[in-house]
Design a protein around this ligand. Structure first.
Ligand SMILES: [Zn+2]
Length: 324
């Protein structure tokens, strides 16, 4: 019984991943499709079944479980409420899993979990002030200020994707607002935003990206592919994404005064060669605070899992208040 293990769970709109790990990191992980049908218990039931099937023989050595999930969440009850990203909008996590597994179960919003992962396993190890930003389907963040993981009243702090980056913009965000960072740079919004930009654009030549954009079909993978082929319209759209992201990044830094900022998420990670240098260079012009270290997360696509693992091993003090 010398070995102590922990479980880490990353619940996304498409996939759920479960990992077993120790203080040294992730040892093994599995992935399955997040259930799309059922009731408030379907998602925790599936998690429990997968844990029993894959890691059942280690159950006595497992000390705790950490979860990073799509939000919004209600930390007081450890569950997801009214998420727009799954057909099962509201579901339980903490209470049934604690009852079935007989272990402590800690739930955080996924991007907030990412910041905690960065502190224990990533670039944040020697710092007390850390921000993690994810640029993916949406844009989100997590922040540690003076060693405190900031949670908010229900666990939904840091909706940084909805920072206004252009105040007189006609680019609409998924939330209904205009000119938000996520309206320009969130993967789910990019086809619609590219169409609005195409309708106003006066092309010298009608490029392929321009025609796809007019049809509302310029998805993020296509956009960056056309960019790499020097398509002029794709370059224009990517420039808008870079400028919006520089403004959003700068505002985030001005808000939290971090020592380290790491960036991840699929849109960013797959296109770092295009996005990283100009976003950072342009963001620095807007700062009032001393510039932090800004870099790509070394934890890549596993950052939320690492965050869940770090939460299981070392639950943040500010989270434990919700358990008393
Ligand atoms: Zn918004």
């Amino acid at each position: 019984m010398a070995n102590e293990y922990y479980l880490a769970i990353d619940i996304g709109a498409t996939n759920t991943r479960i990992a077993i790990g120790s203080r040294n990191g992730i040892i093994n992980k599995i992935t399955y499709r997040t259930p799309r049908e059922g009731n408030e218990l379907s998602i925790p039931v599936k998690i429990y079944e997968e844990i029993k099937k894959n890691y059942g023989k280690y159950i006595d050595q497992i000390k705790a479980v950490g979860i990073g999930t799509i939000g919004p969440i209600d930390l007081r009850r450890g569950r997801v409420v009214n998420t727009p990203n799954l057909p099962i909008h509201t579901f339980e996590l903490r209470d049934p899993l604690m009852e079935w597994l007989k272990k402590p179960v800690y739930v955080l919003n996924d991007a907030v979990s990412g910041a905690w992962g960065e502190k224990f396993f990533g670039l944040g190890r020697n710092y007390s002030n850390i921000v993690y930003i994810t640029m993916s389907t949406g844009i989100g963040g997590g922040a540690i200020v003076n060693d405190h993981l900031l949670l908010g009243k229900m666990g939904n702090a840091h909706e940084i994707g909805h920072i206004v980056v252009k105040y007189d913009s006609d680019i609409k965000c998924g939330c209904g607002g205009y000119g938000h960072w996520e309206a320009y740079a969130g993967g789910a919004n990019i086809p619609r935003t590219a169409r609005v930009l195409a309708e106003k654009y006066k092309p010298l030549i009608e490029t392929e990206a321009y025609r796809e954009a007019l049809r509302g079909e310029l998805t993020p993978p296509k956009l960056f592919e056309y960019f790499r082929r020097n398509d002029l319209f794709a370059k224009y759209v990517v420039e808008e994404i870079i400028d919006a992201s520089a403004a959003g990044l700068a505002t985030t830094i001005n808000l939290y005064d971090p020592e380290v900022v790491t960036i991840g998420g699929s849109i960013y990670l797959y296109n770092q060669d295009i996005l990283k240098e100009p976003i950072i260079r342009k963001a620095l012009k807007h700062l009032v605070t001393e510039p932090p270290i800004i870099d790509t997360t070394p934890l890549g696509g596993d950052i939320v899992l690492y965050g869940a693992l770090a939460t299981a091993i070392n639950p943040p003090e500010d989270l434990l208040r919700f358990y008393r």
